[in-house]
Design a protein around this ligand. Structure first.
Ligand code: SAM
Length: 287
């Protein structure tokens, strides 16, 4: 493929790469990848393969690996290239750099030193999943990966319960059953939800249902491959979380956890299980 050969102006070019289908890359990204002075990738083998598919030669250009574990060592090399007036392209393993991927510190350091930052937008699993999930896209909250530890995971989920928009999570197939279990406990079984797996790949599948249904499905099947889990917003509760906490605080001074939960769930119209989780958290925090 012929491309106009003209030098790119110096700066750090952030390139979004395919999340599955290798043709999901913009023409502009391909132009940048063929013209840039220095290539930087989270995984150099993945970038090499992508370049090969699209007929782009690395040639004599520098190809550096930059990831979470070597960023301290490689970042100065990249900044030195920028300082000498070179153009540098950075691509993470898949999708958009910095979205649950490395690149943030590098971009920040480049900006702090006055270098130009250029975005070459393209695929992002969160956005692709939103468009496929059947859930509202007018407002959404991107959580990315939840913590591994169950207690912390539930605590984060609980804080998301009142977010007035679709929740977007990145998940691993190994952990999705545990995550759905915690989501049912903290957000309720009846929220609309979806799992978007292997998007743009051969075994792409979109599974829609209530959170409880999705959890049930994990008992009889394994969701393999790459997954995005989305959860629709809850029906607006009669009372906000802060009010539930205040009511619980009062009730816990006067009665047992069990009675306090009954009272507050009734008073506020909030799911009993959610109030119970909150009560456990509040009593656990006490010295
Ligand atoms: N930077 C990427 C982006 O822009 O979406 C995300 C990188 S993150 C390390 C990888 C996670 O994204 C996977 O664990 C999965 O949750 C999600 N993901 C990436 N590709 C996917 C695909 N083809 N189908 C479903 N989920 C995908």
């Amino acid at each position: 493929m012929d491309r106009v050969k003209s030098a790119l102006s110096p700066g750090l070019y952030l390139i979004a790469t395919p999340i599955g289908s290798s043709r999901d890359i913009t023409l502009r990204s391909l132009d940048i990848l063929s013209l840039v002075d220095v290539l930087v990738a989270e995984d150099t083998r993945v970038l090499r393969k992508l370049l090969e598919i699209h007929g782009i030669q690395v040639g004599g250009r520098q190809l550096l690996s930059y990831h979470d574990h070597n960023s301290n060592r490689v970042s100065p090399q990249i900044l030195a290239a920028l300082k000498s007036g070179k153009s540098v392209a950075y691509a993470s393993e898949a999708g958009t750099p910095m979205v649950a991927d490395p690149g943030f510190n590098l971009a920040r350091a480049a900006v702090a030193e006055g270098y130009k930052l250029v975005s070459a937008p393209g695929p992002c699993a969160a956005i692709a999943a939103l468009t496929l999930s059947g859930l509202p896209t007018d407002r959404f909250f991107f959580q990315g990966f939840l913590p591994n530890a169950e207690t912390r995971r539930k605590s984060v989920l609980r804080k998301l319960a009142d977010v007035p928009g679709t929740l977007v999570f990145y998940e691993s197939p190994r952990r999705v059953a545990a995550m759905l279990n915690d989501a049912v406990e903290t957000l309720g079984a009846d929220r609309d939800a979806a799992i978007c797996r292997e998007m743009t790949k051969r075994f792409e599948e979109i599974i829609q249902g209530e959170l409880g249904d999705l959890l049930e499905q994990t008992r009889s099947r394994v969701f393999k491959g790459e997954l995005v889990v989305l959860v629709g917003r809850g029906s607006p509760s009669k009372t906000g979380l802060e009010d539930v906490e205040a009511a619980l605080d009062l009730a816990l001074r006067e009665c047992s956890v069990r009675d306090a939960v009954e009272r507050v769930a009734g008073q506020t119209g909030t799911n009993r299980r959610q109030v119970y989780q909150l009560a456990l958290e509040m009593t656990r925090d006490e010295p």
